[in-house]
Ligand binder design. Structure first.
Ligand code: SF4
Length: 211
């Protein structure tokens, strides 16, 4: 199968349990909850997206075989590093494309594979680290994993944290919604203090002004 990729870049993981960890990010093209076009945002199943996942016009974007994609990711990892290479598969929705052949190609190059998914699709292959970020009232197909990262609050107060608290995730993170007039950081802090199962996640890459 050919994998369609919007962009690939090397940066620090900005959010959640791996915050601060150097990672190769692979942003796949396409999402099952929105087509990415502004003129259809209001009719989309997910309406607060801040990511451009259309096309293949970003850095190292294109269509790849599994082996070529794994090789391209590794090419961005520091050459002299003895550290196991770490990649974050994101999107768009990476579960639409990540499968056993790509997992095998990445593992053949010794990658530690993390995925950030909206959790609405069954996985074709299990990554080494699974982060589910629920979106509105869209039902989750994935209710277990390493990390549940909830943008808070969500529009119309859909997806309240309480509705996920009993799911089988190791870490539960609350991350303030961005891009609105109100700053919701204090609301997230208050919720975590009142419900210590939840930890605060901040978009540190935005705070630092890095990619
Ligand atoms: S699920 Fe994620 S990638 Fe898809 S539209 Fe929503 S925020 Fe964007």
């Amino acid at each position: 199968m050919a994998y369609t990729v919007k962009e690939i870049f090397y940066s620090l993981q900005g959010e959640g349990a791996h915050t601060g960890r150097p990672a190769i990010f692979c942003r796949f093209t396409g999402c099952n909850l929105w087509n990415g076009r502004e003129d259809s945002r209001k009719a989309a199943d997910c309406q607060f997206c801040d990511t451009d996942f259309i096309g293949t016009d970003g850095n190292f974007g294109g269509k790849y075989t599994a082996e070529a994609l794994a090789k391209q990711l590794l090419a961005l990892w520091p050459l002299d590093s003895s550290q196991q290479p770490f990649c974050v598969l994101t999107g768009g929705e990476p579960a639409m494309q990540f499968d056993e052949p790509l997992k095998a190609a990445l593992h053949a190059l010794n990658f530690d594979i993390a995925m950030e998914t909206n959790g609405t699709l069954a996985l074709k292959a299990q990554p080494d680290w699974l982060c589910v970020s629920p979106k509105g009232k869209n039902a989750l197909a994935l209710t277990a994993g390493d990390e549940l990262k909830l943008i808070y609050p969500q529009p119309m107060h859909e997806a309240p944290p309480e509705s996920f608290a009993k799911m089988a995730f190791t870490h539960f993170y609350l991350q303030p919604i961005d891009g609105l007039a109100k700053d919701y950081r204090a609301d997230c802090v208050a919720y975590c203090l009142a419900n210590p199962q939840w930890k605060l996640s901040l978009q540190t890459h935005k705070l630092l002004g890095i990619e």
